[in-house]
Design a protein around this ligand. Structure first.
Ligand code: UGA
Length: 448
């Protein structure tokens, strides 16, 4: 099938590469020449496991091509995916300017009947707006049907998610027009749920809002665990055994970040406010998450007092592991709060240093190597659960730091493992381990 993907961002590129991989003829268009030139030379503008090799493979076989030329992209397209960004406006609502631009362009350049699938996360009613824009500007002899087809890809595992998603949502005003889309997705063998457009649009927001709620809920429980001496890992496992709750998305930490949950939860709240409907639960979810982003620095201050002049190693800058994306990352809040408190910060991340530096500038130092970040540090804060950080031999904290105090914002280590070293260790919703307890233990052993 001849498919065009409008927007070479995160969703657009993953969609393009994966659709080409299952045999479709894909053209991906973007208005940014620089990005397209980079892609044409076989490089991805961001890190996503497996993406670059899929792009390379499908460009070689000419299943996939990139262009900035709308005539080339839209003529002959049977299905067009809209994957342009919907960034956050000052009031939290979604900015639809790119949706407007792409809708006008599509209307101008299509030359046959087409189905438009909107993958961008858009507020309820936007697909009707796209239909209206295209309807009123397209050549009168052509039929265009706009359907909502939200994506559920996670950064870091987007390729796997594309091929093994739980469901494909199609929101349409005419269920009998979806044959072509079903045909397009058939090789994936993923269940397809066909519904009305507005419900499909809300399914996307509601999914992200529900997942964000799970995270804020478990973080709320983690904070109470600390007060009462319980362990959130045990609590999460215990509640997750109940099939009605499920074990996923119950990892306590410094809260959610990224380009989706923070933006989509705020957009949904704003969407309600605009309609004089307050989404109280979601407001609390957002508030808890903001509080959680600031928790690590508070813990650091509780542990060593003033951070003024203290050397702090910040491990992890990406909003989660396996991505170089730092948007809304808790690590950025932590870095800013540490600087405000007068700390000297050295940050390490395996791949997100450059992106973080664009935002944080040179007020903090950047270490290419985890050991360099730790050397001489008075305290370490772990903000991202990189496998690399999880696998770090724990004696590194003891031998490299001037004082082995670890604030683990992602619960990377088991308490049993930590107890084998003279480390002061605080994590989220789990008992604190004091270096002194280890030392007392060894003295007992010696006396025995
Ligand atoms: C999220 C959704 O999971 C995708 O389904 C959706 O398609 C995407 O947003 C989007 O709207 O485009 P993503 O933001 O890439 O995907 O990453 P997640 O793996 O969902 O993680 C989001 C945040 O939640 C991260 O900061 C992560 O550290 C945090 N998290 C996740 C927790 O703190 N605890 C958990 O148990 C799970």
């Amino acid at each position: 099938m001849k498919v065009t993907v409008a927007g070479a961002g995160y969703v657009g590129l993953v969609t393009s590469a994966c659709l080409a991989e299952i045999g479709h003829q894909v053209t991906c268009i973007d208005i940014q020449q620089e990005k397209i030139t980079m892609l044409q030379s076989g490089r991805s503008p961001f890190y996503e496991p497996g993406l670059e090799s899929l792009l390379e493979k499908n460009m070689k076989t000419k299943q996939l091509q990139f262009t900035t030329n709308p005539h080339e992209a839209y003529s002959g397209a049977e299905i067009i995916f809209i994957t342009v960004g919907t960034p956050e406006k000052h009031d939290g609502s979604a900015d639809l300017k790119y949706i407007h631009v792409v809708s006008h362009t599509i209307a101008h350049y299509i030359d046959q009947d087409t189905i438009i699938c909107t993958k961008s996360t858009v507020p309820v009613g936007t697909n009707e707006l796209i239909q209206h824009i295209i309807e009123s500007r397209k050549p009168p002899n052509l039929c265009v049907e706009v359907v909502a087809n939200p994506e559920f890809l996670r950064e870091g595992s987007a390729i796997v998610d594309f091929f093994h998603g739980d469901r494909i949502i199609i929101g349409t005003r005419q269920a009998d027009l979806t044959d072509k889309i079903e045909q397009l997705y058939r090789p994936l063998q993923i269940p397809i749920f066909i519904t009305d457009i507005r419900s499909a649009e809300l399914i996307k927001y509601a999914s992200n809002a529900f997942l964000a709620t799970k995270i804020s809920f478990i973080n709320e429980m983690a904070n109470i665990c600390e007060k009462i001496g319980a362990n959130i890992d045990e609590v999460a496992y215990g509640i997750g055994q109940d099939k009605r709750i499920g074990p996923h998305f119950l990892k306590a930490g410094l809260g959610y970040g990224g380009s989706c949950f923070p933006k989509d939860t705020k957009a949904l709240v704003q969407f309600g406010t605009d309609r004089k409907h307050q989404l109280e639960l979601l407001e609390a979810v957002i508030q808890i998450n903001n509080r959680q982003h600031s928790l690590a620095v508070k813990m650091a201050q509780q542990t060593i007092g003033s951070l003024h002049g203290k050397k702090v190693a910040l491990l992890g800058l990406a909003f989660k592991a396996d991505t170089d994306d730092v948007r809304e990352s808790a690590a950025l809040t932590i870095a800013k709060e540490l600087l405000e408190a007068g700390a000297i910060v050295t940050a390490y991340d395996p791949i997100a240093l450059a992106n973080a530096q664009k935002i944080l500038g040179n007020e903090i130092k950047y270490a290419q190597d985890i050991h360099k970040a730790l050397t001489g540090a008075d305290l370490v804060i772990i903000a991202t659960d990189w496998e690399h950080i999880k696998l770090l031999p724990l004696e590194m904290y003891v031998t490299n730091m001037s004082e082995p105090i670890v604030i683990d914002g992602r619960n990377c280590y088991s308490l049993e493992a930590i107890r084998r070293y003279p480390i002061t260790y605080r994590s989220i919703g789990r008992p604190t381990i004091w270096k002194e307890d280890y030392l007392k233990g060894t003295q007992h052993d010696e006396m025995d």
